[in-house]
Design a binder for this molecule. Structure first.
Ligand code: URP
Ligand code: ZN
Ligand code: ZN
Length: 466
């Protein structure tokens, strides 16, 4: 068993900071030893890493990614291999990806298929949620088998009629089933039936540019769907997690409900914190790079989202990483915005973009770690194996230089996509070293990991249930 000693750094946890040295033995953290003036402790290890001036963070956990996802007539451009490598570059050491049930297929066959895609190909650890798109007796029974197999969160869609959309009745049935085993339903909350009418009206009147994607999905229809999902979850007594929350109206619904004690949680994503509908309105079809659902909102929603992160009405920041290249993929929607594949790249830059939020005064350092690692671990049944730097936890450790400057660009990123949504953005802070289960994956600008190092994580239940 090899050992690594990381000295001189500042450990950042969800509850504060600590000047401490960290000893890793094999795949686990063996000791976190606070440095005290006048107290010299000698430890030895096979490898010594000097982290003076650096933060030591628990590895980031991105609970919302879509690697090689079939969607919009094409596939998202990152495979499990390229996507998990890019994640490691950005200090993320665990992803939870979505297995996608196609209509007419079984959940368990779907799970097998996603295991086959990921097994032996990942640079970091991974788990799965299950997208339920065909609610029937078999599906409902199979939900329990998924929970047994360590997949206990089920995403459903109030959007995308004819693709993933589920009726309120189907959602209620799935929620009742999930509630019996303590599983969580994750909801894409947009009123897809109303949106489809607005889309048809826009196209009929010749409005075809990417910005129409945002204008035909108004924030009120996210607020309405969020409230409806909350009501259905209350009737079913089912834990509910709202994914990729983007609109103030949806946040208000979540906040009011959380005050009542109902098990309702929500995440947002960096693109909703830093980008806006102005990006969707970029000329010459450039706006297509920013087409995702829910859409980027007017700028004034951003302050509400940052506040929601501080008040914990938003508990998690994930990426909803679902990259489509501009060339040949986003271009499928030239002349018809509704044909632009929905999704944006992001898995590599979540930690950095949240650190930019710390630098801008939106979040405290501990809160950064909490929303990016610790809460995701607790929310999705991985804590304390993941999400914390403590003896006994997996040695998923990020050494982060808070003073380094970097410029985000497609020319330097590692995601398998031909554009960056943040092209040219200069930020302070960058990952220097990423360890996954004790193994150095990224070190000072070099990739040292290997495909197949990442293992599947069978997850326990949500640890926040009231
Ligand atoms: O536009 C998005 N968000 N694409 C990925 C699929 C989803 O709805 O999360
Ligand atoms: Zn979604
Ligand atoms: Zn998604």
């Amino acid at each position: 068993m090899s050992s690594t000693l990381i000295v001189g750094g500042t450990v950042v946890t969800a509850s504060g900071t600590l000047d401490a040295d960290v000893l890793v033995e094999g795949e686990k953290i063996a000791m976190v030893l606070a440095r005290q003036p006048g107290l010299a402790v000698t430890m030895t290890a096979d490898r010594l890493i000097d982290a003076t001036g650096m933060y030591l963070l628990p590895g980031g956990i991105d609970v919302h990614t879509h690697m090689e996802m079939p969607f919009g007539g094409t596939f998202s451009a990152d495979t499990f291999e390229t996507g998990t490598r890019a994640a490691a570059w950005g200090g993320t050491t665990t992803i939870i990806d979505f297995a996608v049930q196609a209509k007419g297929t079984s959940l368990l066959a779907t799970l097998d298929k996603w295991h086959a895609k990921a097994d032996g190909n990942c640079a970091i650890d991974y788990g799965f949620h299950m997208i339920v798109s065909d609610v029937n007796d078999t599906t409902l029974k199979e939900m329990d088998a998924c929970v047994e197999a360590g997949v206990n969160s089920f995403k459903m869609f109030m959007a995308y009629p004819g693709v993933f959309y589920a009726t309120d009745g189907e959602i209620l049935l799935a929620m009742q089933q999930a509630a019996r085993s303590g599983a969580t339903v994750m909801m894409h909350a947009e009123n897809g039936i109303a949106i489809d009418q607005l889309v048809a009206q826009a196209l009929a009147s010749g409005r075809t540019d990417p910005v129409e994607h945002g204008l035909t999905r108004p924030p009120e229809l996210e607020g309405e769907a969020t409230s409806r999902a909350i009501t259905l979850a209350k009737v079913a007594n089912c834990p509910l997690y709202i994914v990729h929350l983007s609109a103030r109206q949806a946040l208000e619904a979540v906040a009011q409900t959380r005050d009542t004690g109902q098990n309702v949680f929500a995440e947002t994503c960096p693109q909703y914190l830093w980008l806006s509908i102005d990006d969707l309105a970029r000329p010459d079809f450039e706006g297509a790079k920013f087409v995702a659902s829910p859409p980027l909102r007017p700028k004034d929603h951003q302050d509400s989202l940052w506040r929601g992160l501080r008040t914990n009405d938003l508990s998690v920041v994930s990426t909803d990483h679902c990259p489509f290249c501009f060339k040949d993929q986003k271009e499928l929607g030239r002349g018809n915005f509704s044909k632009i594949p929905n999704g944006m790249p992001g898995v590599e830059h979540r930690m950095d973009l949240l650190h930019a939020g710390v630098a801008a005064g939106h979040l405290s350092l501990p809160r950064w770690v909490e929303v990016a690692s610790t809460t995701p671990a607790r929310m999705f049944g991985l804590y304390p194996r993941k999400g914390v730097i403590a003896a006994g936890s997996d040695a998923d450790i990020v050494i982060y230089d808070p003073q380094a400057r970097q410029t985000l660009s497609a020319a330097t990123h590692h995601m398998n996509v031909d554009y960056s949504a943040y092209e040219g953005l200069e930020i302070t802070g960058r990952v220097v070293t990423t360890l996954s289960r004790g193994r150095v994956v990224i070190d000072d600008g070099t990739y040292q990991g290997s495909t197949g190092h990442g293992t599947f994580l069978a997850r326990g239940l949500n640890q926040y249930l009231l």
